[in-house]
Design a binder for this molecule. Structure first.
Ligand SMILES: [Fe+2]
Length: 247
């Protein structure tokens, strides 16, 4: 997906101007705008492939995230405790898979494009999944140093964006619900529907929930790191085509 299509109908100069202004903004889109990027079947296949879990799926429980993994398995350094994960899903906990920038060839191409448009930036994909209505979410928090693009692929999410009081220690990144009145002031409240895209500047306090039903969201953090890193090689290997060419 070309970046220009991603942000349409907004044009690049306007988009960059908004980013430089440091504002959180939403680009409304048609319901199926992002549905070609990933399907439920593709997510299910990756979730159940326990063989390449260098960063295992995480569950969002009690406002924070954690892995449900076993590191005492003979043939694998990390293996998912899937029965527990299934139970947590049924108890309305959301889940997250990071390091998903190559989950499908279409997503990989899109992330390559983002890294090209924002020269020197490195991007990842955090895939957020809530399988039940009103599943868990993080406490209000701020992510640094990354900028965020957030694509609502299926379903909807309710967002609250806050400013914070000067009393809040710079090291604090997350605020519990009972302390929100003390440190945070709600600035915006909106719903992202399928096809909508959000841009959020680094260090913005926010809280996200899914009250209307199941949802799939692609969160894309990106920033230019201080020390140089190699760009991830997301080349697609056409295994089947090569195999079947019989040459
Ligand atoms: Fe976040």
């Amino acid at each position: 997906m070309k970046f220009s299509e991603l942000i349409a109908p907004v044009k690049m100069p306007e988009f960059k101007k908004k980013i430089l202004a440091g504002e959180t903004f939403v680009i409304k889109g048609k319901k199926k705008k992002f549905s070609h990027l990933i399907s439920l079947a593709e997510i299910e296949a990756v979730l159940n492939n326990g063989c390449n879990t260098n960063l295992p799926v995480e569950m969002i429980v009690k406002g924070g995230r954690g892995t449900v993994a076993d590191t005492n398995i003979l043939w694998a350094p990390v293996s998912l405790r899937k029965k527990e994960i299934l139970q947590l899903i049924n108890e309305k906990n959301s889940m997250l898979m990071r390091n998903m920038s190559q989950i499908t060839p279409r997503v990989a191409a899109m992330i390559d494009e983002i890294e090209t448009v924002f020269e020197g930036a490195h991007a990842d994909v955090h895939l957020y999944m809530s399988l039940k209505k009103s599943s868990s979410g993080y406490n209000a928090h701020r992510d640094r140093p990354q900028h965020k693009l957030y694509l609502q692929v299926i379903g909807s999410t309710m967002w609250k964006v806050f400013s914070h009081s000067n009393d809040l220690d710079d090291e604090i990144v997350s605020v519990k619900e009972e302390d929100e009145w003390r440190y945070l002031k709600q600035e915006k409240e909106f719903t992202l529907e399928a096809g909508d895209m959000l841009y959020m500047p680094p260090a913005t306090f926010h809280k996200v929930r899914n009250e209307d039903g199941p949802r799939i969201s692609l969160s894309i953090p990106f920033y230019v790191p201080e020390k140089p890193y190699n760009r991830m090689d997301r080349t697609y290997i056409p295994f089947k085509k090569i195999f079947e060419s019989r040459s």
